[in-house]
Design a protein around this ligand. Structure first.
Ligand SMILES: *[C@@H]1O[C@H](CO)[C@@H](O)[C@H](O)[C@H]1NC(C)=O
Ligand SMILES: *[C@@H]1O[C@H](CO)[C@@H](O)[C@H](O)[C@H]1NC(C)=O
Ligand SMILES: *[C@@H]1O[C@H](CO)[C@@H](O)[C@H](O)[C@H]1NC(C)=O
Ligand SMILES: *[C@@H]1O[C@H](CO)[C@@H](O)[C@H](O)[C@H]1NC(C)=O
Ligand SMILES: *[C@@H]1O[C@H](CO)[C@@H](O)[C@H](O)[C@H]1NC(C)=O
Length: 949
């Protein structure tokens, strides 16, 4: 476009010839000045007049002004009298007599009193005048609930969830968590894949979760934008209706004044994006830098553009520079996006913080961050403020970058002033039980106020919604949970959950909990272990400090559980409240009251030294056994080279291997003294029974081994070389059909019976009922088929077939049939989750049902064992059992609970019926199943020693 032609007007100046000389200089100067001035004004006038002011100038200007608006609540926000999420017709609620953990004062504020909420908002907390509130509403419009002293907390906020995008049950038609279209995808939105049919919404609500940040997966450096939702059902039934404070970009608008809602974006460093897409960590970070460089250029162009536009210099300005693909990253650079970064190791964290400083954006949280506790100073160097660490309490070592993860990370991070958030990564861990992470973090040393805050106030702040959720405070959203015990007590379960003031549990089943659970547990001291975790950079020595040969007297023992046909608490039957147990060379020498089993008597006058250990009201009980994970056959699940490898699947290879070739023995591939094994050992799980790793039908022969042994040749390292014969019959894609797998199994059994020669002796053992046939399967239909197969085999051969079903999610549907058929069941997820189609018919347990699978099967006299899935869960087995015992509300004893992961597992998995070979565990401060106790010693009769920690 050419210059506009400007007419050049000549000013007419009045002059008088006679004064010309006198004033000529002055006039000349004035003329020049005037001319210049006029030219200037005229030029400006015409510039403006002829400048191409775009038609959409107003919109562009508004847009430019909006660039400076900051995220967060507006000043008007707290004046709201009704929530934007209020559902018309929701009754006001008055909760009476609550113990209210408000989240205030750094999580230390507890109020005794009432909570009143209406129109989706909390309107009063604490000492309220109930009569005034009652007068405000007609009787029908006020829901009054007397919770009689129960604990009430804000709803749980999960800052890292894939609920709805990695759906349960997992089906290929609902797998929307990871795009594989490149390392940098800031334009994707998790909302676009949010499946409202995920079974997890109602299950997670039943665990007290009210809000979740739904993140795309971690296959990409920049995986896309994330959205925060409330989990409750909406009238509209749409993903959009679940959003809290959605950003304007969703509908292509922008605010004209005030503030903007926070946006969220997912980043990932380390193994996942490198492996899946980029190639190496170097490639991933180059991908990041390239993307941010692009965003920075756009941002700079916008800033220059807006500076001109706002001063009306439209000439040559053109269109507002923008690119829909990059706008989210530009907003990151404008400080309006919470950057949630999956990032584990020192190297990754360092890379990320360097990136944040190079491009000047801050990171809301580093997620998983298994090494963050080792490098807090790196986090403190971040641009802006240090990111929070959003971590698991104990789930670790599943891949290389998680190998140095520590159960002490939450407390160490907090001690270093880093904000701690506990998250589920649902469905990686079931967010329904996110509170259990807070309980465990507290157990391992995170202070009470921070442990509760880590699942409520802290994540609320990290997702940018601290102004309305995460607190019980006037003006905040009415999202709260009424608990059946102190929330940090083991097994705490909601008796009601409110979201936007709407109660979520229709007919909650609540167990009567003992009063002792209404207070925060007095957890043991782990200072020494936490210090070692740092000193050894996450790999502290875990072998026992000492294997003691000699006499040990345990005093102040409250419970003494002894194995046998049934586990019994002998002190309880003898009415001994505080007894002693004397151990000589690893075996019980005597037990009872101090008088009946005295030191003097034992010392035998021979001057023998007796070591005395005060258990401070603790217990001695049979040690636990672990089953179901790769403990002993794989050290790091994500690294094939750290394990035995998998048994080939005979039904997937072209030439079918012989039965003998397939009956591999797990004992031949065993690995000792792994980190999860030793951590489990220190937590009272002294043995594991494991089948060879397999992905197909054939498992092979199991083995029972000691988790505390250093190697296979050590005395007592292998407890039983061959336990059961394992097969898996699962509904897998791209695998032979279930009916094919059953056909092969049937053929094996009958062939083995018919022709003794040429068949492995172990298969024959199984056929003759000497060792159990252990079948991993979940579907009730497959289980029914197996029961029939057992009947058919037994009817035809007259031999008993010992059969155990493991996994067994749907076994509860056949409780009486299994009991009648004499088939035992091992639940490898005692707290169920409908992870796959064949696991979808769960019995959820309280507060959704009074029965749980464990209790129902036990009630039908099925022999039940409890297992695990992940090696790092082994150490928490004692809490799994404690939880079952509490949830049973008296229907089973603590002895019966211990049996589930000790004697029953042995019974179900091995042919060995010897009752006396179990090790014993000594705990201090409480019994083995309690969050108040610590394992201090393992008593090993086979080795004749006591291991001390
Ligand atoms: C919050 O509580 C923790 C642990 O109880 C304490 O260490 C920290 O100093 C407190 N922070 C503030 C700001 O009071
Ligand atoms: C667009 O989204 C913003 C932010 O959520 C909202 O305030 C606005 O009302 C929406 N506008 C329309 C037309 O939907
Ligand atoms: C205990 O072990 C010691 C050392 O091995 C041995 O001398 C002693 O005879 C053992 N005592 C018993 C009762 O087995
Ligand atoms: C389970 O066994 C107990 C004791 O033998 C018996 O009283 C009870 O009736 C049995 N329950 C069922 C459902 O068979
Ligand atoms: C285990 O206990 C059962 C029931 O008391 C008993 O019949 C069996 O003989 C015991 N086994 C051994 C090896 O002691």
């Amino acid at each position: 476009m050419g210059e506009p032609l400007l007419p050049m007007p000549t000013p007419v100046l009045p002059t008088k010839r006679r004064h010309f000389y006198r004033y000529s200089r002055f006039i000349f100067c004035a003329l020049v000045s005037l001319l210049a001035l006029q030219l200037f004004y005229i030029q400006s006038f015409f510039t403006v007049l002829y400048s191409p002011i775009p038609i959409n100038a107003e919109r562009t200007l508004a847009r430019c002004r909006a660039l400076d608006l900051l995220p967060g609540p507006s000043t008007e926000f707290y004046k709201r009298s009704e929530s934007d999420r209020y559902v018309l017709g929701t009754r006001a609620t008055l909760i009476l007599n609550a113990r209210i953990w408000t989240g205030g004062y750094n999580g230390t504020e507890v109020l005794q009193g009432h909570i009143y909420f209406d129109k989706g908002i909390i309107k009063g907390v604490g000492g309220l005048d109930v009569n005034i509130i009652k007068r405000l509403h007609s009787q029908d419009n006020l829901n009054i609930v007397n919770v009689e002293g129960a604990w009430v907390t804000p709803g749980i906020v999960d800052a890292h969830s894939h609920l709805g995008v990695l759906s349960a049950p997992a089906l290929s038609g609902a797998n929307d968590g990871n795009s594989h279209n490149g390392p940098v995808l800031p334009w994707l939105r998790s909302l676009d894949g949010l499946n409202t049919r995920d079974e997890s919404y109602s299950l997670s609500i039943a665990g007290g979760v009210t809000t979740a940040l739904i993140l795309p997966g971690s296959a990409n450096a920049i995986g896309g934008q994330a959205f925060t939702i409330k989990l409750r059902k909406t009238a509209e039934r749409s993903p959009t209706a679940m959003l809290i404070e959605p950003p304007h970009e969703l509908n292509g608008t922008f605010p004209v004044s005030g503030t903007v809602p926070w946006r969220q974006i997912k980043h990932a460093c380390g193994e996942n994006p490198s492996r899946v897409y980029s190639g190496t960590r170097m490639d991933t970070f180059w991908a990041f830098r390239q993307a941010y460089d692009r965003a920075r250029q756009i941002k700079e162009k916008q800033d220059v553009y807006c500076k001109k536009a706002l001063s009306a210099q439209w000439r040559d300005l053109g269109e507002f520079p923008e690119d829909l693909k990059w706008e989210a990253l530009v907003d990151v650079l404008r400080g309006r996006v919470r950057v949630q970064t999956h990032c584990y190791e020192a190297v990754d964290l360092d890379d990320l913080i360097r990136l944040s400083n190079e491009f000047k954006f801050s990171i809301a949280a580093v997620h998983h961050a298994h090494e963050a506790y080792l490098v807090p100073d790196v986090l403190k160097r971040a641009y802006g403020s240090p990111p929070a660490a959003a971590i698991f309490a104990t789930h670790a070592r599943y891949k290389r970058e998680a190998y140095r993860g520590s159960e002490f990370a939450p407390r160490i991070l907090a001690e270093n002033g880093i904000q701690v958030v506990l998250k589920s990564d649902h469905p990686v861990s079931n967010s329904r039980y996110l509170l259990f992470d807070a309980q465990q973090a507290h157990y391992y040393g995170l202070p009470e106020n921070l442990a509760l805050g880590a699942v409520t106030t802290q994540p609320a702040q990290v997702v940018g919604l601290g102004h309305r959720i995460g607190h019980i405070k006037e003006g905040w959203d009415a999202d709260l949970v009424v608990w059946d015990s102190h929330p940090l007590a083991l097994g705490a379960t909601p008796s009601q959950v409110y979201i936007d003031g709407i109660s979520q549990l229709e007919l909650p089943y609540v167990v009567d909990k003992p009063n002792s659970l209404q207070n925060v547990p007095k957890v043991p001291n782990f200072d020494r272990e936490a210090t070692a975790a740092i000193e050894y950079e996450g790999l502290p020595p875990l072998l026992p400090d000492e294997s003691y040969v000699g006499d040990v007297l345990f005093k102040n023992v409250k419970n003494f559980f002894v194995p046998g046909d049934r586990i019994r608490d002998v002190f309880a039957t003898q009415n001994i409240d505080s007894g002693v147990v004397m151990v000589r060379n690893g075996s019980i020498a005597c037990s009872g009251s101090e008088t009946s089993c005295s030191i003097a008597e034992l010392a035998d006058g021979r001057g023998r030294h007796v070591r005395i250990i005060d258990l401070k009201g603790g217990s001695i009980s049979p040690s636990l056994v672990s089953y179901g994970s790769a403990l002993g056959v794989s050290e790091i699940q994500g690294e094939v080279s750290t394990g035995d490898g998998a048994v080939p699947d005979p039904l997937s290879v072209s030439t079918t291997p012989t039965v003998e070739q397939l009956l591999v023995r797990a004992v031949d591939g065993l690995q000792f003294a792994g980190r999860d094994a030793l951590l489990a050992y220190r937590a009272g799980v002294t043995r594991a029974i494991v089948a060879p790793s397999h992905t197909g039908f054939v498992g092979g022969l199991g083995v029972e081994f000691s988790l505390g042994a250093r190697h296979k040749l050590e005395n007592g390292a292998v407890n039983q070389e061959v336990t059961g014969l394992h097969v898996s019959i699962l509904q897998r894609s791209r695998k032979p059909s279930v009916s094919t797998q059953i056909a092969v199994l049937r053929q094996w059994l009958f062939t083995a019976h018919a022709q003794h020669n040429g068949v492995s002796a172990h298969l024959l053992d199984a056929v003759r009922g000497h060792i159990p046939l252990v079948v991993e399967t979940h579907s009730a239909d497959v289980i029914a088929t197996l029961v029939e197969l057992k009947r058919e085999f037994e009817a035809n051969t007259g031999l008993p077939l010992r059969m155990t079903i493991t996994g067994a999610t749907e076994a509860h549907l056949l409780a009486s049939e299994l009991a009648e058929a004499g088939v035992g069941v091992i639940l490898t997820r005692p707290r169920p989750f409908p992870g796959t189609w064949e696991q979808r018919r769960i019995l959820p347990g309280p507060p959704l049902s009074s029965e749980s699978a464990v209790l129902k099967l036990l009630a039908h006299n099925v022999t039940v064992g409890v297992g695990i899935e992940e090696p790092s869960s082994a150490a928490a087995t004692r809490f799994d059992l404690g939880w079952i015992a509490l949830e049973a509300g008296g229907r089973i004893s603590r002895s019966q609970a211990i049996a589930l992961a000790s004697t029953n597992l042995k019974k179900l998995l091995s042919g060995n019926r010897d009752n006396n070979t179990l090790d014993l565990v000594a705990t201090q401060g409480g019994d083995l199943l309690s969050l108040e106790s610590k394992v201090v010693a393992v008593i090993l009769p086979a080795r004749g020693v006591v291991d001390f920690f």
